[in-house]
Write a protein that binds this ligand. Sequence first.
Ligand code: SF4
Length: 615
Amino acid sequence: MNKNIEQILPRVQKPARYVGGEYGQVVKNLADVTVRVALCFPDTYEIGMSNLGCRILYGACNDVPRFWCERVFAPWSDMASEMRGAGIPLYALESGDPVRDFDVVAFSLGYEMCYTTVMDMLDLAGIPLRADERESLTPLVIAGGTCAFNPEPLADFIDLFIVGDGEETNLDVYTLLEAAKAAGQSKRDFLRAAAAIRGVYVPSLYDVSYNADGTIAAITPRDDAPLPVVKRVVSDFNTAYFPVTPVVPSTEIVHDRVSVELTRGCVRGCRFCQAGYAYRPARERDAETLLRQAVDSLKHSGYDEVTLLSLSTSDYTKLLPLCDGLLEWTEPREVSLSLPSLRADNFSMELMERVQRVRKSSLTFAPEAGSQRLRDIINKNVTEDDLISTCRTAFAGGYSAVKLYFMLGLPDETDEDVLAIADLSNKVVAAWRESKRNRQRPLRLTVSTSHFVPKPHTAFQWEPQIEPREYLRRVELLRGALKNRAISYNWHSADTSLIEAVLARGDRRLGRVIERVFRAGGRLEAWDEYFALDRWTDALTAEGLSAAFYAHRERADDEIFPWDVTSTGVTRAFLARERELSKRGTVTPDCRTACSDCGAREICDEGVCNEVRHV
Ligand code: SF4
């Protein structure tokens, strides 16, 4: 390791974050490598190492002998200032080499509040922030992840975005770059060629003009760039690459376990859920494949927990046989099984028995809204009876801790809907009192609310976000109604949600705002202690923009959106229809009950689209 780095490590918290050398890391001989990739996660080591998407991209790239992918995480503030003080540029963990020397600097974007950390990482690497200031072909700065479905706020900084599933598209880009390097191609010519790869968006090939009221007048592609850029889906999800030799961290991380991915996409169609729409259609892996992947990963890593990941795990059609198969291997070895995203309407005693066999943790459900009226508006097809009977099942099985997640500020929400959250929570407490089991331990019911952020490519993409003071009034209303001592209530910051709403539906003019916030000290803003609303409002004002324009404005039906540069396959007409149905409180069946012709089948007829009745 570089001596300068060694010297500063004793002065920072958790030095294990910065040294690499973990079991399972991939190191290659540079002489055999044609493309070097720095996979950058714009948050801490503990968060990034827990991210399954990053593990997949790392493994898929390193599976190709001539490509070498290394990991880079955002240093915590103590390390960042030590590095700046000592003149140490951002470096990759495997080789310790400066990120600026890599061919590709690839950011994974899962949350809008990481945008200033992207700026910080580029700056710490000594790479110019703006794409037009980087004239040479490498380092090529690319980005993907859920935020790439509205890439526009980062359009000034990123050379190209990967839209949709990344594991195959990334390799196509690296292969093209390999050829471009060998041919001595210019960056401009390379980007023009890259724009022809399905799922690649090159922002510099599009001009955006604005109306006097600040809305977009036109998006104009140049050089035959596609409009929209249609997302990429892996050609066969069941056989798609999965990493069974994960890097095992030497320090504790947030999700310290093996994760397997049961399903990509979701059959449900909750009207607020960006991931639910963006990753349609739902595609499942075979239980045998998953069993093999889980057991191989456990063997290679030594972990004592495996989690079954999906947007809605209990919707996986072969969940019970999969659990049974896994338990045969895990139970004798005292490896526990966890299922993080359960629905309250299909969680059975059979499933609970399997989940709790090795270790009993708390159960988490997300009814999202307290009243049936509002749950119908958002198409969350879960009833109060579902939730209460699920809790009864859990209490009878010995659980004593339940977490419930809700949103405040959903379209058409009234005070009655807010108070219905308290009613529902009190009914859970009553179900606990009626349960015969587990009286030795008290009930712990945690109720959490977040401030609803309307997201692009959803049925609510036209809707205004409620203002922070109104959100806080509803928080207080609910707090006053949650009187039972068994219930603890926490709520998400209104200020952060406001800026998340600005960035989520923002346009490329926000690039200047993001840069200003970074120059004013903004970084690691997904962490409350590093977030400052004033920095954002000052930067917006300085650029002649306002948070209200992006967050609190209802959009016209036919407004051109910044995110119209990308397509999830789900049509705007379908989303508009869903919005109309929501206004009438009419629910839409899930994909397995009946296909509602959302448009996703046009780009991928794999998975659920093949199995359902088309209406
Ligand atoms: S096309 Fe039909 S089945 Fe496929 S994702 Fe859309 S609604 Fe679901």
